[in-house]
Structure formats: structure tokens, C-alpha cells
Design a protein around this ligand. Structure first.
Ligand code: C2E
Ligand code: MG
Ligand code: MG
Length: 288
């Protein structure tokens, strides 16, 4: 039990013992609630558009999980995915995400045949799970989707130099599944991963995009990342674009795609399909 509490992060020794126990009890309670959530269909997905910054059209969507909890209300992944990963619940939750997201992608593509892709966030625990890749491939096949339209996003910090990681990445390549490196710039050995592994897409973290309009250094770093990414033949996606000026600068810098509240927040499936059908074109103003 001590070990379990430690794993759950309850050994915050700086806290009074009552607070340590409260944290532990909270986490254990949430773990069992997450199990219930799976059993009772309390998860759902939202879909955030990813815009081609050259054409201004929607190129794809990122599937983002939400939990409609009877006790806690609407819960964001930041509040429960770390625990899901710690407890291995991320494996069945991750399978549910792939299944629901592929079904949604099929509906999106049937409504508007535009080669729209869907991006999925993959936790490191899922990479280690040998049954995960066959599950993904099987789901894609059953949904009659093109694997090239199913993109898997991994965090740099969830990649380890291991046979498993390498094998997993090779399997993605062989099966034509595009891979994205998410939150780029927030990890530590970024360049090593870029040279060792072939990613199709690099997503520049929002923290850089936030500073791009008034911080020359951040702007230069973004430009360098975009050059690097483009020169390696990757698609570059800027995350968390909120201002037209940011989109304009990024477009000027040669950034291929953008995602953020400026274009759209994460949407439910009906709204995502409706937006795609509108053929809206987002053309950023010219950068100064
Ligand atoms: P992420 O993959 O980097 O996803 C982008 C996050 O930024 C999403 O938060 C999205 O709602 C938010 N975002 C997008 N545009 C803007 C903007 O303009 N401004 C601001 N302030 N935020 C913006 P969300 O949905 O809360 O997800 C947070 C993280 O949780 C994701 O970051 C991803 O790492 C993880 N996550 C989400 N869904 C899943 C999932 O199905 N499986 C796994 N393993 N992780 C997931
Ligand atoms: Mg992501
Ligand atoms: Mg990200």
C-alpha cells in the first residue's frame, strides 16, 4: 500500500500527513471513477480543426478526450490522463479513443470527401503495449479508412531510446501511419530524436507561439524550428494560435499548418462536420 501511495504521488513529504492522505484517497477515488467512466461510456471526443496555412482550408482534426463525470462535471485530459497513465487505464481508454475517433473520421470523410486526417494523442504506456498497434490497424481496417489519414501524436518526453520505441516507430512507417512529434520545444533532447526517428509532422508548442508577436528571440526560434522541420521534409504545425498576427507571421515563415482558438476550439462531431462542409477559408492578414 505504501508503494501504491508513493506511485500515486501521495508522498508529498512537505505536506501535513492529513493532506498527504487526502491526496492519496482522492487519487484512489478518481482511479475507480475512471474505471466506472469506461464501463458507463462517460468519455467523449472533441475534434479541433487543423488548418493548412497556405490554402486556409481545414486539413484535419485532432481528437481530444473529455470526461463527462457524474461527480466532477466536465473534466479535461490534463486533470485525469496522468493518473490514467500511471494506473495503465490509459490502455483501454486509448483503445476507446482510437475506436471512437476512427468511426468519427469515417463519418467526416463520408460527409465531405476531402482526404481529411485525424490526429490521435498516444501515451508512452500505449507504445509499450504490444497489443496496441494491432488494435489500431484492425480498427482502421474495419472502419475502411486509409492509414495515411490516421496520424499518431507522441510527446518527445514519452519516447525512450529502447528497442520497443524503435520497433513501434518502424511499425508505424511500414503500415503507412503518419507520426507527429507533439509539444516540440518543451522536451530536452529534441534534435537527437529528429535525427534518429523519421517523423512526418512536428508540432511547435503553444508556449513559443504565445511569444511570437512581441519577442524577437521566440520569433527567431520559431523560424529556426520551421526551417529545420521543413528541411527534413516534415509538415510543421503551430499549436495554440489565438491571434491573426500570429497566423500571419507563421505563414510568412513557411509554417505549413496551424491549430488554435483563432480558427476553432475543439468541436463536437456535428459541428466539426458542419464546419468542414462550409468550405471556409482562413486567410491571415499580411505580416508586418
Ligand atoms: P495537445 O495534444 O498538445 O493538445 C492541444 C491542447 O491545446 C488541447 O487541450 C487543446 O484544447 C488546447 N488548445 C488548442 N488550441 C488552443 C488555443 O488557441 N489556446 C489554448 N489556450 N489552448 C488551445 P486539451 O484538450 O485540454 O488536451 C490537453 C492535452 O491532453 C493534449 O495536449 C494531450 O497531450 C492530452 N490528450 C488529449 N486527448 C488525449 C487522448 O485521447 N489520449 C492521450 N494520451 N492524451 C490526450
Ligand atoms: Mg496533441
Ligand atoms: Mg501539443
Amino acid at each position: 500500500a505504501q508503494e501504491r501511495l508513493h506511485q500515486l504521488g501521495a508522498s508529498n513529504r512537505h505536506l501535513p500527513i492529513e493532506a498527504q492522505l487526502d491526496t492519496a484517497v482522492d487519487l484512489i477515488r478518481m482511479e475507480s471513477e475512471l474505471q466506472d467512466a469506461l464501463a458507463h461510456d462517460q468519455f467523449y471526443l472533441l475534434y479541433q480543426p487543423i488548418i493548412n496555412l497556405t490554402t486556409g482550408a481545414i486539413a484535419g482534426f485532432e481528437a481530444l478526450i473529455r470526461w463527462d463525470s457524474p461527480h466532477r462535471g466536465d473534466v479535461t485530459p490534463g486533470q485525469f490522463m496522468a493518473l490514467a497513465e500511471l494506473t495503465s487505464l490509459v490502455v483501454p481508454i486509448g483503445e476507446w479513443v482510437i475506436k471512437a475517433g476512427c468511426k468519427a473520421l469515417k463519418q467526416i470523410q463520408s460527409a465531405s470527401p476531402k482526404n481529411t486526417f485525424m490526429s490521435f494523442n498516444i501515451a508512452s504506456r500505449q507504445i509499450e503495449e504490444t497489443a496496441f498497434m494491432p488494435y489500431v490497424l484492425n480498427t482502421i481496417r474495419s472502419a475502411n479508412l486509409n492509414p495515411a489519414h490516421v496520424k499518431l501524436e507522441v510527446l518527445e518526453r514519452s519516447l525512450f531510446d529502447s528497442e520497443t520505441t524503435l520497433g513501434w516507430i518502424q511499425a508505424c512507417r511500414e503500415e503507412n501511419l503518419p507520426l507527429a512529434l507533439d509539444d516540440f520545444g518543451t522536451g530536452y533532447s529534441s534534435l537527437e530524436y529528429l535525427s534518429d526517428y523519421e517523423f512526418d509532422t512536428l508540432k511547435i508548442d503553444k508556449s513559443f507561439i504565445d511569444r511570437i508577436t512581441n519577442d524577437q528571440r521566440a520569433r527567431n526560434i520559431c523560424q529556426a524550428i520551421i526551417h529545420l522541420s521543413n528541411s527534413l521534409g516534415m509538415t510543421t504545425v503551430a499549436e495554440g494560435i489565438e491571434e491573426p498576427a500570429q497566423a500571419a507571421i507563421l505563414r510568412e515563415m513557411g509554417c505549413t499548418m496551424g491549430q488554435g482558438y483563432l480558427f476553432a476550439k475543439p468541436l463536437d462531431l456535428d459541428k466539426a462536420i458542419a464546419l468542414l462542409a462550409q468550405d471556409q477559408v482562413w486567410l491571415p492578414p499580411v505580416a508586418d
